[in-house]
Each structure stands twice: as C-alpha cells, then as structure tokens.
Design a protein around this ligand. Structure first.
Ligand code: KG4
Ligand code: ZN
Length: 338
C-alpha cells in the first residue's frame, strides 16, 4: 500500500486554511488570513463567515496545486468540526462534506484543540515527537488548557480557564494600551525592549490547575487609568516596560500551573500549542525549563502554532488509520469536548 493523501480544512475562526498531507508529512499548508477584523478590534463572526465562503475554494485549489496532488489522488477529507464560531465552522463542514461526497471518499471530523496538540506529530526536520504520556499546554485566543495526553485519542483536560483565555488576556491588555487587534504579537515585540520587573502585577488566586485571566485584565485597566490620570503620556513613555511586565505575569501564571501539573502527574514532558505558543517569552521559559527543571519540552514550528490546516490533517491521518470516519450527517459544533 502506498502513501495516504489527506486534504484538511480549517475554518473555525477567522483564518481559512487548507493543507495536504502525505502520511505525517505536510506537502502544502495554505492560510488566507482575514485582515478585515483589525479595524473592529476583534473578530466579527458575520464577516468571518462571509470571508470563508469567498476564500475556501481558492485556498483548497492552491493547497492541491502546491502539493502537486490531484483531487482523485486524495484518500480522505478532514475538517474542523469545532470548537469555534458556528458560521465559520459551517463553511468548512459543508465544503468538506460536499467534496468527500463528490469524490466518494471518507470524511474525517477533527476537534480543533485536539489538532493543536497532535500538531507535534507532524514530521518535520529538526523537531522531536513527544512520547506518551505527555502534558500539553494549549494556549490560544479561545482556549487555555492543560491536557494529559495518554495516546492519540486518549486525552484528559486536567486544568482550564474559568473565564478569559490567555490570548484574550494578551489581546485585551493590548487594547487597553491602544494597540491594534490582535495585540498579542505586538505585546511580545514591545516586551523585548522592556523591563519585566518594572510594574509588578499580582497573580489571581485560582485553585488547582485551573486558570483565571479576567481579574488580571481589570488589574491592568485600573493600573493604566490611575497612571494616565497623573501623566497623560504614561503609556507612550513606558510602553516597553508595561508590555514586558504584562508578558512576565502571564508567563509566570502559566509556568506555575505547569509546575503543579508536573508535580501532580509525575509527567515532565511538556508540549505547547495554540497561537500564544508563538510568544517568545513562553518559548524561552520552556527552553530554560529543560535545564532548570529537567523537563523535556516540545515547541512546535511557528506555522503550526497559530491556526492552520496541517494540524487538522495530522489528526485526520490518525483517524483515517483507525477508520474513525464521520457520517455524512455530521454537524459542526461551537462547543465540543475531547
Ligand atoms: O490559535 P490561534 O491562532 O487562534 C485561536 O484558536 O484562538 O491564537 C490566536 C491568539 C491571539 O489571541 C493572538 O494575540 C495570540 O494567539 N498570539 C500571541 C502571539 N502570537 C499570537 N500572543 C502572544 N504573543 C505572541 N507572539
Ligand atoms: Zn487555534
């Protein structure tokens, strides 16, 4: 039997993405980003759905062309079933169903958060693959979870946010500072030149392995309001230090909970995923943990951290091997557990 070719689609939020995998190797990974949301300071669901509708056919065409694969060579189609914005998910789901039906090949339904984790199993030169069991820290604009991964399809959420996601903490803090959406990467940029100890923010008290970020956002808002009342140029004069201090507290919160998770489970292999794992501070903290804490840490290639279809394809591949095919009446789900 020759290689398995899978076309994967991702349309859960504001990026329309398609990828082609040959077994665990990515042949193409195409993303059409929607910049329309920047002027609104956040993703506008209605606009996102319309843009997916417009982009999905060209994105799939480019992915196939770049991979050098024809539709007829495909073995299956994988798509994001959820979680995400319903209107966005419906575009990818309907497209995947129709194409699978037209080609008469299996359909593979993928959980977006599962994909952020299994992205580590993509074959990529210079990147190691974790061994089971390991802990996954999934940090994105919609999620903050610590997941114990025992096998490809045996995952248990052992900690999660009780309110905002860590990406929202970055983006909302950036908004308070007058930075455009999504502000996470901009805080990261500014933080590089700042002093992380200059403005000490306090950690929220949350039991166990759970997180809370809404209190931090309020703390930052009051801090900025208080200081700009005294000096109207406070933000401009201290932007790098403010960003470094915000990033510092967020990373301290994440690392503290990871340490607790390691102590609790006895597992010291840590893999990160999701858009916020592109953050240079968290990447550095995980690299340092290798020597300082003796952890084995896995940091994905940049293009597999933010939303992409290659990660949907790798879950699709393992589902295909296990014949976990979705029925043709499968529906998109805004919320979906593992
Ligand atoms: O995984 P993702 O692309 O989409 C979701 O599923 O949410 O994550 C997007 C989130 C946004 O909140 C964005 O600000 C954040 O990831 N992000 C970052 C960085 N790059 C992306 N946050 C901090 N530092 C970064 N370098
Ligand atoms: Zn994501």
């Amino acid at each position: 039997q020759g290689p398995i070719y899978i076309l994967a689609l991702e349309s859960s939020c504001d990026d329309t993405a398609a990828a082609v995998l040959q077994d665990t190797t990515v042949l193409s990974n195409v993303v059409a980003r929607q910049h329309i949301h920047e002027e609104y300071g956040g993703v506008v669901p209605e606009l996102a759905s319309r843009a997916h509708q417009q982009n999905i056919v060209p994105v799939v065409d480019v992915a196939l062309k770049k991979a050098g694969i024809t539709r007829e060579q495909l073995h299956a189609i994988a798509f994001t079933q959820g979680p995400g914005l319903m209107g966005s998910l419906l575009v990818g789901t309907s497209f995947a169903k129709s194409m699978a039906m037209g080609l008469n090949i299996p359909l593979l339904a993928v959980n977006h958060m599962h994909a952020h984790i299994l992205a580590h199993f993509i074959t990529e030169e210079g990147y190691d693959i974790p061994e089971f069991p390991f802990l996954a820290l999934t940090i994105s604009g919609g999620h903050t979870q610590i997941v114990q991964v025992n096998d490809f399809f045996d995952l248990k959420v052992i900690g999660e946010t009780t309110d905002d996601a860590v990406g929202e903490a970055f983006d909302k803090s950036a908004k308070i500072l007058g930075l455009p959406y999504p502000g996470g990467p901009l805080i990261d940029q500014w933080a590089k030149e700042g002093n992380p100890k200059r403005f000490p923010f306090t950690r929220p008290k949350v039991d166990g392995l759970n997180f809370s970020f809404s209190g931090l956002k309020t703390q930052i808002l009051y801090f900025i309001q208080k200081n700009t009342a005294i000096n109207s140029n406070f933000i401009e004069e201290n932007k790098a230090d403010i960003c470094a201090s915000i990033q510092h507290i967020i990373i301290a919160i994440l690392m503290e909970k990871l340490e607790m998770a390691v102590a609790q489970t006895g597992i010291s292999q840590i893999a990160i995923g999701g858009g916020v794992s592109a953050n240079s501070g968290i990447r550095q903290a995980l690299v340092e943990a290798r020597t300082q804490k003796g952890w084995k840490t896995f940091i994905p290639k940049f293009e597999y951290t933010t939303d992409n279809a290659a990660m949907i394809g790798i879950v699709g591949y393992y589902r295909y091997l296990n014949q976990h095919y979705a029925s043709r009446d499968v529906v998109a789900k805004a919320r979906i557990p593992f």
